[in-house]
Design a protein around this ligand. Structure first.
Ligand code: SAH
Length: 231
């Protein structure tokens, strides 16, 4: 996913980098007028990726269907955001894709990268390590590094395939939260009329944990056991 890329050549080069590594789904957020000779020349065999790229008005709509969004940054930000290097990113994406998730990696503008509000849509931030003081890669070069790591990990056997390890869909998370807050209310820990930050903190905790099916069964079983005591 490329955000507001201003050089058609970079879009072409990014498409080529992706195709070399077996990736094909390119999403563009507010790109420049990119379908020109320079773009196709730099795509050099990856014209199909340019022609099937999907364009969006903003990043929020581009990532709407993603279940894992990883931003990229040339600078390490002062914000406390989980950081990944390309290898860790690829491992995270491989596990996620194996669990039928849809992962996106987001690349920023040539000049200014990604905005803070765009980073807020990401669960973690990928930084490609470089020498000190010269950390900004050309955006297509950054795509190449990440795409290479994604290919290397997708051909390895280290990913999990157990059905119990599958992530639960968002609808199951919502049912869990209903159950959780009903039990927390019953035990007197939660006051629905004065919730304060509790619901948000609980959601942040359990969303971050990304419980799988077997873990969700344990959580629901625990809540049901507490409810049974009530009766
Ligand atoms: N001055 C900008 C540089 C943007 S470089 C900034 O500091 O963010 C354009 C894009 O290339 C970045 O948004 C990012 O997507 C990618 N990129 C360049 N260097 C990178 C690096 N070292 N690690 C991760 N992504 C990088």
């Amino acid at each position: 996913m490329l955000v507001e890329t201003s050089h058609p050549g970079n879009i072409g080069a990014a498409a080529r980098a992706m195709k070399n590594m077996g990736l094909s789904k390119l999403l563009l957020v507010q790109p420049c007028d990119y379908k020109n000779n320079e773009c196709y020349a730099r795509a050099s065999g990856a014209e199909d990726i340019i022609d099937t790229a999907v364009v969006f008005d903003d990043l929020a709509s581009a990532v709407a269907e993603s279940t894992l969004v990883i931003g990229t940054s040339a600078r390490l930000r002062s914000l406390a955001w989980p950081q990944l290097n390309p290898r860790e990113c690829a491992e995270t994406v491989a596990v996620h894709s194996n669990q039928s998730g849809t992962a996106s990696v987001v690349f920023g503008r040539e000049r200014s990268g990604l905005s803070n509000s765009e980073l807020a849509l990401c669960s973690s931030l990928l930084h490609i390590p470089t020498v000190a003081g010269f950390s900004s890669l050309n955006v297509a070069a950054a795509v190449q590094v990440v795409a290479y790591e994604l290919m290397m990990v997708s051909s390895s056997e280290t990913v999990r395939e157990d059905v119990d390890e599958l992530p639960v869909p968002q609808s199951d998370m919502e049912r869990f939260y209903e159950h959780l807050f009903s039990v927390l209310t019953f035990v007197g820990y939660h006051d629905p009329d004065n919730p304060r930050q509790l619901p948000l903190r609980m959601r942040r905790l359990f969303n971050r944990a990304q419980p799988n099916r077997s873990e969700m069964q344990v959580l629901r079983g625990f809540l049901a056991a507490v409810e049974k005591k009530r009766r």
